[in-house]
Design a protein around this ligand. Structure first.
Ligand code: NAP
Length: 252
């Protein structure tokens, strides 16, 4: 059990990578605190975890809200006595358009959810981790924030995901001496609702960008998140960890 007695917040837990990670973390002994906007999906996942795998609670809300970030930490503390880790994974792709055609509203939405949401999460989580004397934070960045890979129309998304690498590195530098590690996970294309699931043409296009000629499953990316959130990565902080089926090798 990699996460015995650890309490971990997982955002974006209603779907895709976050749901797979929440199940995996719980199966490794963690108490999981599930966040996303859709209450019914979170409730169903919490029920499934509590029936067979481990312990879960949930709170629905929007990661762009500072009070929601605080409330997830409060829930972890009230239910499980503190906070050891956070997989800040919620994200949106937004409009896929060249920047000249992109609305400012889309730019603002994507930056708010993907980057400001991570800032608010870390701002709320780090004091609770300091109280514990340790912590591990993982942000879900993307291959698109590092090497693009030939994905069209990704200006806002790529900027938000590249920003997460800088945020992780700055937080890592500020809090390493306090025992708090902060890393970014850069998945390649992953079969999830926002990764093209249900759209065979999109899945084929994305799969073919990868040297492995396939996309990841959500569970494969959850395994990489487990490594970063757990003590297995105890000497890693400020790392942009790539799990991209060779995408970055193809381009460098
Ligand atoms: P997904 O299945 O669409 O999951 C996205 C999750 O984010 C959902 O649980 C969604 O929940 C949550 N979310 C979105 N906006 C939110 C908001 N404002 N407040 C709270 N929660 C919000 O997609 P996914 O592929 O698993 O994405 C997970 C992360 O991986 C994202 O950060 C994404 O950018 C990143 N990523 C994905 C891929 C890929 O190919 N799939 C590749 C690299 C990186 P609600 O709708 O219930 O709020």
């Amino acid at each position: 059990m990699e996460l015995e007695n650890k309490t971990i917040i997982v955002t974006g837990a209603s779907s895709g990578i976050g749901a797979a990670a929440a199940r995996l973390f719980a199966s490794e002994g963690a108490n999981v605190v599930l966040g996303a906007r859709r209450s019914a999906e979170l409730s169903a996942l919490a029920e499934a975890v509590n029936k067979g795998i481990g312990r879960a609670v949930f709170l629905a809300g929007d990661v762009t809200s500072e009070s929601y970030a605080d409330a997830l930490v409060d829930l972890a503390t009230e239910e499980f006595g503190g906070l050891d880790g956070a997989f800040n994974n919620a994200g949106i792709v937004g409009e896929m358009q060249p920047v000249p055609d992109m609305s400012i509203g889309n730019w603002t939405d994507v930056i708010s959810v993907n980057l400001t949401g991570a800032f608010l999460a870390a701002k709320a989580q780090i004091p609770a981790m300091k109280a514990r004397g340790q912590g591990s934070i993982v942000f879900t960045s993307s291959f698109v924030g590092f090497s693009n890979g030939g994905m069209p129309g990704m200006g806002a998304y790529a900027a938000s995901k590249a920003g997460l690498i800088g945020l992780a590195q700055s937080l890592a530098s500020d809090h390493a001496a306090e025992g708090i590690r902060v890393n970014a996970l850069l998945p390649g294309g992953t079969i999830t609702p926002s990764g093209g699931e249900g759209n065979p043409a999109a899945l084929e296009f994305i799969a073919n960008l990868h040297p492995m000629k396939r996309m990841a499953s959500a569970k494969e990316i959850a395994q990489a998140a487990l490594f970063l959130i757990s003590d297995r990565s105890s000497f890693m902080t400020g790392s942009p960890m790539i799990a991209d089926g060779g995408m970055s090798v193809r381009l460098t």
